[in-house]
Each structure stands twice: as structure tokens, then as C-alpha cells.
Design a protein around this ligand. Structure first.
Ligand SMILES: [Zn+2]
Length: 387
């Protein structure tokens, strides 16, 4: 590692070059479970790493979908983010009141207790790292949105339980094999993602939970296709293929073996670089809210989208927000055309639907015919009489 390395992109490049040739292959007798492979030790896959980091810097990129075969390291990469997750503000109140509610909607937007605290200059929030919440494939709808806690105690009192979507608030929600998910659950997730909150009703009980999360999905297209609605919900799309080249594969093999033999050592080897990247991510996350994008970069981005014939407005949201996140990662205050170019593939691909193309073509034919019929059947206009 060069001690001068500053930006995340520099740190990533430096960590990627770290060699494992001399990794000690001692047997580690401790428990390795829950000790994720360091993100910085992942070999290659620069698109996947970039997309994941951009989604941590700027939640407005609207999540990441990783598409690829089994064994290409998709879930390893997602789980390895744990040590990099930045801090966020979380509400101290059971109703989830936040200072930003007051800033956007006035003092009546929070509960009386929080209104009083705010007035007295007390904090409504505490700092806590973003968590990685994994949605298990066998989850039931009740686990996802929450439900009645029917553990009948002495008083047979019922309560509502928070579901996974409520726990995912201000966190990362990771769904492996997202294409295999039950339709009902997909709909619940999409609704919550669109609203940033959801309400559950059971009999006379009702509760509304905040649910603003960064959605990360991974899938193997061999195992089933993804519904277009859910594909559209993922901002960045990464095609993850196996490592190319003997050197990279050999290096990946060495790191995996070193990690299996002694995970703690590998994590220790990367601890310092990991801590620095985490710090950089935190400041990039704060800087991105004030970061500008140049007019030229905006024009260039819109031209790309137009050239590619993309209809969905989500394309430019993701493209511009990802460009801003990249500039922040690079320690700049303005996003430029080069940032658009760097994120264009992951922001723009898989946005065109063949079905819609065919549909519009067929509609075009019908429209032309309709115009012809309308013209032929037009009532003859009388010329106004000259005076
Ligand atoms: Zn409150």
C-alpha cells in the first residue's frame, strides 16, 4: 500500500495489488463463521466492486443487481461489505421520528415528545453503522412485512411484530436468488421500496413502518428470469462473469486457500486498508449530497440514453446519481463527463425491453392505419364563401 493513497479508487487499486504469495498456511483453530472475506482482497471484478461501493456512497443510485453464474463470487462480495458499512442517523423514538421530518414537514410531523426534545435542542437520533440484512429465500410474507405476535401470555394480548422490511430501514437489504422469490413477497418489497414505508393491518391493529433501504440482489439467469418490474427497480446492473486470465485465477485461488486456512490472518492483513476505505466512504457519503454535476456531463448522459432508445426515467436518475457518487469517491466536488462514462455500462444496460419494442412497433403499424382511415373518412370541408 502506498501511504499517500487517498481516494477510494486509489485505495481499491492498491489493495487489489497486494500479493498473497507468502500467506502463511497455518491452521486456524478458532471459529471462522461470521468473519467475512475482506472486500479489498477480492480479485478482479472491478465493475461489481464499483457498483457496490457507489450504492453505499449514494443510496439514490437505487440498488444493485448482480447477474452471473454460480461460483463467480457474487454473494461473497456482498457479504464482504460488512466491514465497510458507513454510519447513519437512527431515531431514538419508537415512532421513528427524525429531525428531517421537521425540516420537511414542520414540527407536527413528529410525536409530542420529540417535538419537545427538538425545541430544547436535544438530539432525536444516534449514530449506528448500516447493517446488511439478508432476506432468506424461504421467508414467508409474514416474516417479510411482519405480523401478529400471537404468543398468548396470561392476558392473551396481541402485538404486531416488525418484519424484515422494517428492520431493513436505512440498511442494505440483500436478496440472493432474487429471481426465485415468491411474487407476493416481491410485490411487498417493491411497494415498500417505492413508498419508503409500509403499513400492516391485522384486525384492529395497524402499524406503519419506515422502510428505506438499498436493495441488492443477485441471480443466476439459468435458474429463472426476473420479472421486468423488479429488474426496473435495480439501479445498477452488473454482469458478473468468471475471472479471465491465469494470473487472476491463480491469485484468487491463493487468497481463498489462505482465507480457508486462517481467516483471521487474512482479515488482519486487510484491516488497516479496510478501515481507511470505510472512512473515505463515510466522507464521500456526506460530500455527495452537495456535489454538482456539470451541464456537459448531463447533456452527454442524456444523449447516451437517447441513443440507446431507453424510455424509463430511472435510467438518468441512476446514471447521474452514480456519476456523482463516483466523483465523491474520487474526492472531487463536481461530477464530469468522465464519471458518466465510467458508470454508463452499469447504469444503462438491460433497460430496453424487447417486448416493449415489439409492442410499440405493432402499435406504430396500427396508428399509421388509423391515420389513413381517419384521413380517408374525413368529412369534406366546405370552402368559406368569398365575399
Ligand atoms: Zn418521536
Amino acid at each position: 500500500m502506498t501511504p499517500q493513497a487517498r481516494t477510494i479508487t486509489e485505495l481499491l487499486a492498491a489493495a487489489g495489488a497486494q500479493r498473497f504469495l507468502e500467506a502463511p498456511l497455518t491452521q486456524d483453530l478458532g471459529l471462522s463463521e461470521g468473519l467475512p472475506f475482506p472486500f479489498l482482497a477480492l480479485v478482479g471484478q472491478s465493475e461489481m466492486k464499483l457498483a457496490l461501493l457507489l450504492s453505499l456512497i449514494n443510496p439514490n443510485v437505487d440498488g444493485v443487481l448482480l447477474i452471473g453464474n454460480r461460483g463467480t463470487g457474487k454473494s461473497t462480495a456482498v457479504r464482504s461489505l460488512i466491514d465497510l458499512l458507513p454510519d447513519v442517523d437512527r431515531s431514538l423514538c419508537t415512532y421513528g421520528c427524525l429531525p428531517e421530518d421537521i425540516e420537511t414537514g414542520g414540527i407536527d410531523e413528529v410525536c409530542p415528545d420529540c417535538a419537545r426534545k427538538y425545541g430544547e435542542g436535544e438530539s432525536l437520533v444516534y449514530r449506528d453503522p448500516v447493517q446488511l440484512i439478508e432476506l432468506p429465500l424461504n421467508s414467508r410474507l409474514e416474516d417479510v412485512i411482519g405480523g401478529l405476535n400471537s404468543r398468548s401470555g396470561a392476558h392473551h394480548r396481541h402485538r404486531l411484530n416488525r418484519g424484515i422490511l422494517a428492520r431493513a430501514d436505512r440498511n442494505l437489504l440483500y436478496i440472493d436468488e432474487v429471481n426465485m422469490l415468491d411474487d407476493q413477497i416481491v410485490d411487498a418489497i417493491l411497494d415498500a421500496a417505492a413508498q419508503g414505508a409500509y403499513t400492516i393491518r391485522r384486525g384492529t391493529l395497524a402499524a406503519t413502518y419506515r422502510s428505506r433501504f438499498v436493495l441488492i440482489g443477485s441471480m443466476n439467469p439459468e435458474e429463472g428470469r426476473l420479472r421486468p418490474q423488479i429488474l426496473d427497480r435495480f439501479g445498477l446492473r452488473v454482469l458478473v462473469s468468471g475471472l479471465k486470465g491465469k494470473q487472476q485465477r491463480l491469485e484468487a485461488y491463493r487468497r481463498t486457500i489462505a482465507y480457508r486456512a486462517n481467516p483471521r490472518q487474512v482479515v488482519r492483513d486487510y484491516a488497516e486498508a479496510t478501515a481507511r476505505v470505510r472512512e473515505e466512504l463515510q466522507s464521500a457519503r456526506e460530500a455527495v449530497t452537495k456535489l454538482r454535476i456539470t451541464k456537459a456531463a448531463e447533456r452527454y448522459g442524456l444523449d447516451l440514453i437517447n441513443e440507446m432508445g431507453i424510455e424509463s426515467l430511472r435510467a438518468e436518475i441512476t446514471l447521474f446519481e452514480a456519476a456523482r457518487a463516483r466523483a465523491a469517491a474520487d474526492g472531487r466536488t463536481v461530477a464530469a463527463t468522465k464519471d458518466i462514462r465510467a458508470v454508463a455500462s452499469i447504469a444503462i444496460r438491460l433497460r430496453r425491453s424487447e417486448f416493449m419494442d415489439d409492442f410499440f412497433k405493432a402499435q406504430g403499424k396500427e396508428q399509421r392505419r388509423l391515420q389513413r382511415v381517419l384521413k380517408q373518412s374525413a368529412p369534406v370541408k366546405k370552402k368559406p364563401a368569398r365575399s
